[in-house]
Structure formats: structure tokens, C-alpha cells
Design a protein around this ligand. Sequence first.
Ligand SMILES: [Zn+2]
Ligand SMILES: [Zn+2]
Length: 369
Amino acid sequence: MSTVLAAVIPAPGLPAEVREYPEPELEQDSALLDVELSEVCGTDVHLRAGRLAGVPYPLIPGHVTAGRLEKIRGALRDVHGRALREGDRVTFLDVHRTCNACWYCLVAKASTRCPSRKVYGITYGADDGLAGGWAEKLYLKPGTRVIPLDDATDARAFMAGGCALPTAIHAVERAGIVLGDVVLVLGTGPVGLSAIALARMSGALRVLAIGAPALRVEAARAMGADDVLDLERATPEERHAWVLERTEGRGADVTIEAAGAPEAAVQAMRFTRDAGRVVIVGQYTDHGDVPFNPHADLNRKHLDVRGSWGSDYSHFHRAVRIMADTERSRPWTRLALESYGLAAANQALDDVAAGKVIKALIDPGAEAP
Ligand SMILES: [Zn+2]
Ligand SMILES: [Zn+2]
């Protein structure tokens, strides 16, 4: 029987290790994906640290992943009803299952809050099959939404957007950007960087960004930000003044918080003009409470503040289409990508945690160092 190597986080707080698994039996209408590239995002750092609830360890991380269909049993169809073939390069929505039966799915139409939601590499563990991208092969369970990648889109080009892109598409959709808006993005990690390019695409006249370290400040410019402030060189008061100077003293029309520090959510409100809009997308894990003044920061400002959680098929589909468009995907081609083999997964996590890399990819085919 063939075996498959995978990088596994055995338990919360433990480093990843390479383990061997048997190649899975395919159920009807499932497939085996030969993984070309997966990625390391901030979520994976939190997964190793054990900061996410409801994660079934041992875990093969890696949610957004691209590869080739090696074996298909039965039929696998895309959203147009077209059959996929062995050898096709594809990606898939990392959310395998929302129930389409609960109150959130059917009444609120907010499937990202479905309590039965199952995500490859996060809420499917190693005992659920090869359900994470940090592996030579991944098992595409029946019902997975598989999306073919354009011939022109190689795995690396697609993964430059990675999981951050659909997350940012959802946030920008929630932000309701209007032609001519000045958009402020707080945080220049992958989600913030994607949000900068998407804000431009959505009609923002100017995009301002505040982030760190220097490497990411440069990346923010490359993604299309008109003006970027290095977070480490300015106090919160100086950051506020910097935004006011660039918005005729009012504040941004729209602010997208993709920073992660709880204080950033309050700053997002304070740096936005009265009657403006704020989207909070950076608080994916619980970093604690933060005080704010409900009168001055929210009510009197007549603000619209929205959270944005995860992404659904519509965001993922649009992410694939944007990356297949030469013109629209150009900003992402400017991002520096760093590849790591399975045995170097901990190094990749350390580098992401330290902000040393813009984007870390896991390449299961890479030689061990
Ligand atoms: Zn549901
Ligand atoms: Zn992610």
C-alpha cells in the first residue's frame, strides 16, 4: 500500500512533526489530490499554540491548498456542472460542510456561522482522513466544492492570494466601499495586503495603510496603498493625526481592521469619519478585552461597525477568478513568497509568527533541508 507523508501538530502547544499515513480508500464521488502547495497563515500559528477552540488534534494543518487531481472515484463537478478530470489542477473551498439546514444557514443566510461548519486543516483532524494540505496527498471528501484553476494560473500564483484573499473579499464586501472613498486598512499581514488591492478594485480613490514591520510596509505599497505608516514609528495619537491629515480632518470613509491586536478595533472606530463604516476582520482569535467609549467612539459618531467571519463559496469562487485575470491579479505577483518543505513546517510557523515573511507556503514536494 502507498503511504503519504504529512506534517502533523500532535497536540496543542506541541511542534509539528512528519508522520506517515496510508493512502486513503476513495468513497464514491471523492478524489485524491496530489498537493502542489499549501500555506502557513496566522491561523496555523494559533493552531500550534492551541489558541483555537474545537480543534481535533492530532491535526494536519493547511486549509487553502492547490494541486492536481490524481484519482477520482465517481464524479466530481464544478459549480457549472462540468466534470473534472484526473490531472486537472484545482483548488477547493476549505469549508467542506455547512449544513444548509440550520437557522444560520437558512434564515440568517450566514453560513460562516453555521454550527456544523467543517473546515479542512482546522476542524477536521488527522483522524478524519488526510484532511489538511501539509501533506503529499489530500483526500477530497464527497461534497467538497472543487474549483478548476485556469491553465494560466499555476499553484504558486494562486497561493499568493491564499486563504487571505477570500477572507479579504468578504471583508471588502461587508465594507460597502463607494466610488471615491478613502479607505484605511489597519494591519499589513496577508489579509490587510489583499484588502488594499481589493479596495482599489472596488473604487476607492485613495487607500491608506498602517502596519509593520518594514517588509510589510513595503508590500503594502506594492499592493497599491497610496500612503503607508510604519506602526512601530508612531504612537496611537500620531497614527490618528496621520489619518486626519490625509482626510481633511475627518477620518477615513471606510476602515478595515486586519491587525489582530484588540486595540486596533478601537482605533478603527476612532480613525473613521462620522457616519463612516468599519469592518473588523483581524480578531480571529481571542486576545482579550479592550476599553472604548460607547458615546464618543460609536454612538455620537453614527458609525456602522461590522464583523466579518470567514468566507463562503462565493468569496472563494471570486478569489479564483481574480487570480486568473492577468491584470487584476498583478498586485499579488509582487508579493514575496517563501516555500518550506514538510520537515520545515515549524520553521515556517516561526517565521510567520515573527513577521519575517510576507507569505509562507508549504511545498510537500520540496527536498528536506
Ligand atoms: Zn448550518
Ligand atoms: Zn488561513
